[in-house]
Design a protein around this ligand. Sequence first.
Ligand SMILES: Nc1ncnc2c1ncn2[C@@H]1O[C@H](COP(=O)(O)OP(=O)(O)OP(=O)(O)O)[C@@H](O)[C@H]1O
Length: 270
Amino acid sequence: MITAQNITFSYRDGQRRLPVLQGISIHISRGEWVALTGANGCGKSSLVRMFNGLSIPAAGSLHAAGLDLRSAVNRTAVKQHIQLVFQNPESQNIGSTPYEDVAFGLENRGLPPDEMDAQIRRVLQQVGLAHKWADDITTLSGGERQRLAVACCLALQAEMIIFDEATSMLDPAGRSRIMALARELWRRGTTILWVTQRPEELAESPRVAVMEQGTLRYDGDPRTLFYSSGLPELLGWEPPPVIRIGRLLQSRGWPLGLLPLSELELEAVL
Ligand SMILES: Nc1ncnc2c1ncn2[C@@H]1O[C@H](COP(=O)(O)OP(=O)(O)OP(=O)(O)O)[C@@H](O)[C@H]1O
């Protein structure tokens, strides 16, 4: 789905170049769930914006959904396949009602009006916003706006959705709801790139990529990350409680068949 090889990227400030990404290589296959993490300002958003054509690597090669993103035409085309849900819900809704917002993305698809109408209603239903279809968009809560952004991705039948800290401004209930929607889409085959700062979300992901100052520091499974990479200590993370207990048991020489990542796994080893 994504193949990035040795990509670099800088912002410009007048004559000054601000290097942000240095030699990042990553491959994400179709159908994967990958969590991407790293400290504020390490370059996560700069990287994922490239994946749906919003910016261009200064060097290296980048293919997404089979398209070479060095081409401007492909950077436009890739948005039909890969969608981004941003951190700030207010920055991504463009219609004045939820119905209009979803319709906007479908406008260039050339669908007959009744088919388009059915599709809009279906995706609003799917994210639990059918009853708010005609509401003034500014009256929606942050969580509802994020669900609306997911509805837009669903309408476009995106093959991959990148959630760029999409739940960081939501309350726990809103966060769970977006996570549940993302998991459901993943189960049905959508590739998910889940950008997060929350260690418990890393523990629940099959694969975790960790960035540090514009480089990819770790790319692998969460068990190795939390129990033997030494990175959480190095980066000053507070591991989730289950992992703290698992590490304590490990350090006391408990014979753990499985290093637990979840409450269920912890229960199984005790
Ligand atoms: N448009 C811009 N112009 C100049 N510098 C920028 C721009 N956008 C981001 N930066 C800088 O690039 C670096 C990487 O930013 P980026 O937003 O990619 O990091 P991030 O890991 O997503 O951070 P966060 O977790 O805070 O969202 C930061 O130092 C940031 O200040």
